[in-house]
Design a protein around this ligand. Structure first.
Ligand SMILES: Cc1ncc(COP(=O)(O)O)c(C=O)c1O
Length: 398
């Protein structure tokens, strides 16, 4: 018997999913294990690089009556507290290397870029993006590391704490009145007007190279996981999605690496921001309108990234939504775990969905979970909004 975890799911099995399908050249052009090697060698040469921990949550697995739960804990990533540190900063790196190659005729190595010798040439280059916090923090950090300027757009619901975290890396932060998708549009139109370069984690027709580099940055986390798993290939991966960039990186990397042995791939979204699920149901890209209201700030997106969809449309097995009441109990359980794990609201969506599913016979069978299941989840952030974390986990409000 498994223990019921609070929360509700809406499960949609992808009729286009095909476990026999080869990954193929078109998807490899977006993201591949071969192309991920450069991201690993680049990012592992940055100051203070350390692989984050892969925790095994045995008590939770036992309560859920499944064999294993692996939790990749990104709360310590480069001191930025989320996996997003890998993506935006890597895309800034690649852009600056290519920019300097154009200007000087030769692409600088990572070591040369880090040495600061190009600061004079980079001081007027401006990178920009829209963000709900974590991606912008990464872009700001990368810009500061290499000496270019950074302007970040945030929407009305981004907390003051998240804004301050980006300003701490010397970024100029502009708050707009609309939602996340409005901030994406504003950043793009201002960049066009003022000659800035958009480093976005989401792609659209005609803008794919930089978001593909962002996703390649994320694969560093996946290369670490593969090493840490020591050949114990999971049966399931539950991964949370905003625009789908992370989910596509995970799905694409494991699909390319493990082929038909790859895990069942389950995408998790908030009920009010389920653009991937709606797209899967429609069989084509769909936009979710409205204020995308959810505790899971990093997942509050209404439009799917185009290149992510090229991988997920046939690569994802299931698209599910998770209700808000599942979040705080999972954050508390992780805080009380030994060792204690700091997990933010967006971090626990995959874990919470797996536990909710395992505790309910209908969803358990819909998602193929049983006592043999080895589930991998990605704890994508720590307390990136410290006030909200204190209030959800300890009931302390300031
Ligand atoms: C903590 C966290 N987890 C997951 C995601 C989802 O990533 P994506 O938007 O690439 O789907 C985000 C996005 O910002 C995030 O901040």
């Amino acid at each position: 018997m498994s223990i019921t975890h609070p929360g509700r799911l809406d499960c949609f099995h992808n009729p286009l999913a095909d476990s026999q399908l080869a990954y193929g050249a078109a998807r490899q052009n977006i993201l591949s294990v071969a192309r991920a090697k450069n991201a690993l060698s680049t990012i592992s040469s940055w100051p203070n690089y350390q692989a984050t921990a892969l925790q095994q949550l045995d008590t939770m697995a036992e309560a859920a009556n499944i064999a294993k739960v692996y939790y990749k804990d990104e709360s310590t990533r480069f001191g930025l507290k989320s996996f997003k540190a890998l993506g935006g900063a890597y895309a800034v790196t690649r852009f600056l290397q290519q920019h300097l190659a154009q200007v000087n005729g030769v692409e600088p190595t990572m070591e040369e870029l880090l040495s600061g010798q190009f600061k004079a040439q980079l001081k007027d280059v401006v990178v920009s993006c829209a963000t709900d916090g974590n991606h912008g923090r990464s872009v700001a950090w990368g810009a500061q590391m290499f000496g270019c300027q950074c302007i970040i757009y945030i929407h009305r619901d981004v907390s003051q704490g998240r804004q301050a975290a980006m300003e701490a890396y010397a970024a100029q932060v502009i708050r707009i009145t609309g939602n996340y998708d409005d901030s994406v549009k504003q950043a793009a139109s201002d960049a066009k007007q003022y000659g800035r370069v958009i480093i976005s984690d989401t792609s659209y027709p005609g803008y794919t190279e930089i978001p593909a580099n962002v996703a390649l940055g994320y694969t560093v986390m996946l290369a670490e996981i593969v090493q840490q798993l020591q050949a114990d290939v999971p049966t399931h991966v539950f991964v949370q999605a905003g625009v789908g960039g992370l989910a596509a990186a995970v799905c694409g990397y494991f699909w390319d690496l493990w082929g038909q042995q790859r895990p069942r791939f389950v995408i998790v979204e908030p009920e009010q921001a389920n653009c991937l699920q709606e797209s899967a149901k429609a069989g084509e890209l769909r936009v979710v309108e409205g204020d995308l209201d959810t505790l899971m700030a990093g997942l509050a997106c209404g439009e799917v990234s185009q290149i992510a969809w090229q991988i997920l449309a046939q690569g994802a097995d299931d698209f599910i939504t998770l209700s808000e009441d599942a979040i705080a109990p999972s954050m508390i359980s992780l805080q009380q775990h030994s060792p204690s794990i700091e997990a933010g609201e967006s971090a626990v969506a995959g874990l919470a969905a797996a536990l909710v599913a395992a505790g309910n016979s209908q969803w358990r069978s819909a998602l193929g979970l049983d006592e043999q299941s080895r589930v991998l989840v990605l704890g994508t952030e720590g307390a990136t909004d410290p006030e909200l974390y204190q209030s959800l986990v300890f009931g302390i409000s300031s």
